[in-house]
Design a protein around this ligand. Sequence first.
Ligand code: HEM
Length: 367
Amino acid sequence: MTLSQHLKPPVPFSPDVETIPDDEAETITELNETMGKIRQTTFENSGHAMRSVHAKSHGYLVGEMTIEPGLAAEFAQGLFAGTGTHPVLMRFSTNPGDILDDKVSVPRGLAIKVLDVNGPQLSGQGTTQNFVLANGPAFTVPTPKKFLQNLKLLAKTTDKGEGAKIALSATLQAVEKVVEAFGGKSGTLVSLGGHAETNVLGESYFSQVPLRFGDYIAKLSVVPISNGLTALTDAKVDLKDKPDGLRQALVDFFAANGGQWAVKVQLCRDLESMPIEDASAEWTEDDSPYVTVATISVQAQAAWTEARATAVDDGMLFSPWRGLVAHQPLGGVMRSRKSVYEKSAEFRAARNGRPVEEPTSLMGLPI
Ligand code: HEM
């Protein structure tokens, strides 16, 4: 029996796979207010407007994404129904809204912009597809409402007591090791600083929450595959007295090496075991394995420079809602990201006096 023979067929996309709670609009208003407080605090303290979360970048890579030739019809959907190669930009980050010493060890993000994409756009304009990913297969909480509760607590710690955060992070990393030794993983401990001090390049990154995949529904992941990158999975980075040690490790690697990642897709094959509205539910690979639909290749380059940081951090926005109608974000967490990302970017544009735009080419990106 082949792998596909015991799998259920993919669930067709239709708008009624989503269920919108009555109070969702209020939750989104409060999310915007709370994110607004975080960015206002960091702006007042630094004089520069930054992302409300994922403010600290560790590197920007320019490369290309090649769509896997000969994909089966269920995987040849949306962007991946095409053939050939697209320019891509990758931004690595960690999740707080303030710029902390990397000793405060927190979850990691990877945002990707794919250029020269054909097809109707969610915003009605542009030619990009954004994928906004983090290093875990599912979100920490099921709903935007639950996320709001946690965010309100987190917002109170913005720009307060970095020394205390470093100490707390060290304790949480130790506790997290004990939790993991017993086969667990605590999203709360990890997001408060309990993440292991490992190289961001060794991580696998996930959409965590679903998106439309043409005729179907899917989650997406980006996984390191070249030997140099896979050797960095779980590799410890020495962060003692190196507040930007994660960035330095990334820059050092790409000064001398290129790298490759597989872009993978997990189709929804059962709405009960692979739910749309519970963002914390991991879809198991027994129900539906991740399948490679494209490869990202990057050559050696200067991965972090002041000029690149200004161009990408100030001049761009990565949002799951910047992309094709064929990849419409799905579920409560995704719906609530729509206005929150735009408002965060509007704040940056207004305060920094620089428009935030979708690029039409990466040729002019400074090095
Ligand atoms: C209700 C849920 C969420 C809210 C309200 C939220 C909010 C935000 C906001 C306001 C930004 C900054 C936007 C900007 O100024 O450009 C951001 C960035 C980011 N978020 Fe989320 N987010 C949510 C869920 C997620 C999830 C599920 C993931 C990962 C799977 C994620 C990963 C990221 C990453 C990687 C960035 C940085 C993007 C970049 O490099 O520019 N977020 N988020």
